[in-house]
Design a protein around this ligand. Structure first.
Ligand SMILES: *Cc1c(COP(=O)(O)O)cnc(C)c1O
Ligand SMILES: [Zn+2]
Length: 501
């Protein structure tokens, strides 16, 4: 819709102007820092930071009704800057002018209710939110659009130049970082560090395709992360991991979209999210809290983090019911099909601890949970979802496995509705499906295929045919007719087809 066609009282709010006052705040010593420089950890004490809008309360000057109306009308605007995560500009990056916003088509991913049969099988009502339908095929694009829009703003303001963006990745962060950086050539170049042999071929192909410098490092993600942290500490680079608090702001859009998708009714909703480096669950809690504070939603949904038993430090942390006795201990990860979440020492753990406390407090009850699932359950549920019309990645399978665990443990009950985050596109992880179908999982995964979920192609080549077609070598007419007849007969036999009357 054209700007002049919006109702008079809304028109001025469709394209937001820069506002607010954003600062970095340390989660440990509470010290605050300006945002003119890119900071990742507190210069005083080394802890991770979060971004705060010192003037957040100005957003409460609008009534919840006004906010909902503005956001719903913005949906009708074709202006690129408010077509992605910056539809929620005031909550995500209020200081960023719209002409600095980088929009590659991220956000507003489909929310699809599971079919009746799948819901019955899983034992509860649920939706998948297909975050694999982002530009680089994972939710990481939400955070990257925010981080890169901000860096773009710094560049345009002359505060930084010739940025080298770096990140460590379990695959999707680097795919996303490389894509967004390449869009901003030549001002930004990117380099990514990947654990050698621990990302899928598709994920490796993505940053290579976007022209990033790709470095493979021995070890697992946690090792890569240490190297990247050393680079960010000692050299002039822009860190694009979720340690970068701008990433968190962008990923809050997931919560805002869900609120809008459910017409702002978040009561009786349970949000399932896989936990790796814990940036996403941080953002999801933070997003719902902001909307709640402004009254845009009047209930905070339950949030359930899911971890594989092969990478479950956050689950283990919350096993201890007594808050004072909890102690965070990093774990050594074992191979996981939820490879994008295969992290033993999540960078955002201090953020999680602080936000879970806040979230439960605001909810007036325990409202954040973490459940643990097995590798076997992840694969079985991922494939089952696919069998019933849902393309979920392995992490999406992890969420569905997590929902069944939550139902069993009474963390969720049958009156509630779940939303499962399928955080990436299934095709990135098709190698695991292949291993399942071929019963070729290395023993460390502990996955034994269920025959009813396996599937294989069948080669049809009737033995009595002397010749079959080959590329560049078509058959003669009679030979070809025989080929078509015999091959269709064979298929009909295999499918048990009855002939037409
Ligand atoms: C990064 C990633 C995760 C883990 O998210 P965190 O924010 O690191 O907890 C899960 N699934 C996919 C597909 C990812 O790319
Ligand atoms: Zn500090």
């Amino acid at each position: 819709m054209k700007l002049q066609d919006f109702p008079q009282e809304i028109r001025g709010s469709i394209l937001p102007k820069p506002g607010g006052k954003i600062i970095y705040r340390c989660l440990s010593c509470n010290e605050e820092f300006g945002i003119e420089k890119l900071l990742y950890t507190c210069p005083s004490c080394g802890q991770v930071l979060l971004l705060h809008d010192m003037e957040f309360d100005r957003l409460k000057q609008r009534t919840p009704e006004e906010w909902r109306k503005i956001l719903d009308y913005r949906k009708m605007s074709n202006e690129p800057a408010v077509s992605g995560i910056y539809r929620y500009h005031e909550f995500i990056g209020p200081i960023v002018p719209l002409d600095c916003v980088v929009y590659l088509g991220e956000g507003h991913t489909p929310l699809v209710e599971a079919g009746k049969q799948l819901q019955e099988k899983a034992g509860g009502r649920f939706f998948y939110k297909n975050d694999g339908q982002n530009p680089s095929a994972s939710f990481k694009d939400r955070g990257m659009a925010s981080a890169l829009s901000y860096i773009n703003f710094l560049i345009k303001s002359g505060l930084v130049k010739d940025v080298l963006a770096v990140c460590a990745s379990t695959g999707d962060t680097s795919a996303s970082a490389a894509l967004y950086a390449s869009y901003l050539q030549p001002d930004i170049k990117s380099a990514v560090l990947l654990p050698h042999g621990k990302v899928t071929p598709q994920q490796l192909g993505q940053p290579l395709g976007a022209g990033a410098q790709v470095f493979e490092i021995p070890g697992v993600f946690d090792d890569c992360m240490k190297v990247v942290e050393a680079l960010a500490e000692n050299y002039n680079v822009a860190l694009l991991n979720s340690k970068n608090a701008w990433r968190i702001l962008g990923q809050e859009s997931y919560s805002y979209e869900l609120a809008q998708d459910f017409d702002y009714d978040m009561s009786s909703k349970v949000i399932f999210v896989p936990i790796g480096n814990a940036g996403n669950i941080t953002a999801i809690m933070s997003g719902f809290l902001k909307f709640y504070r402004c009254g845009i939603i009047d209930a905070l949904p339950k949030v359930v983090g899911v971890q594989s038993h092969h990478a479950d430090p956050v689950y283990k942390y919350y096993l201890e019911p007594d808050e004072d006795k909890r102690k965070f201990v990093p774990v050594t990860v074992e191979p996981s099909v939820a490879q994008a979440a295969m992290i033993g020492n999540p960078v955002s753990m201090p953020r999680v601890i602080s936000l879970v406390r806040d979230y439960n407090e605001q909810s007036g009850k325990k409202n954040v949970f973490v459940v643990q699932v097995t590798e076997q359950e992840i694969m079985d549920w991922q494939l089952t979802a696919n069998r019933f019309g849902h393309v979920a990645c392995t992490q999406g399978g992890e969420c569905l496995a997590g929902m069944t665990a939550a139902l069993k443990q009474g963390v969720m009950d049958s009156s509630e509705t779940a939303v499962l985050d399928s955080t990436a596109h299934a095709l990135k992880f098709s190698g695991f499906q292949e291993m399942y179908f071929d019963d070729a999982f290395p023993p460390e995964f502990g996955v034994t295929p269920k025959p009813e979920l396996q599937n294989r192609p069948v080669l049809v080549r009737p033995a009595d045919l002397e010749k079959v077609p080959a590329p560049g070598k078509p058959l003669e007419r009679e030979e070809f007719e025989r080929f078509v007849e015999r091959t269709s007969q064979d298929i009909a036999e295999k499918l048990n087809l009855s002939p037409r009357e």
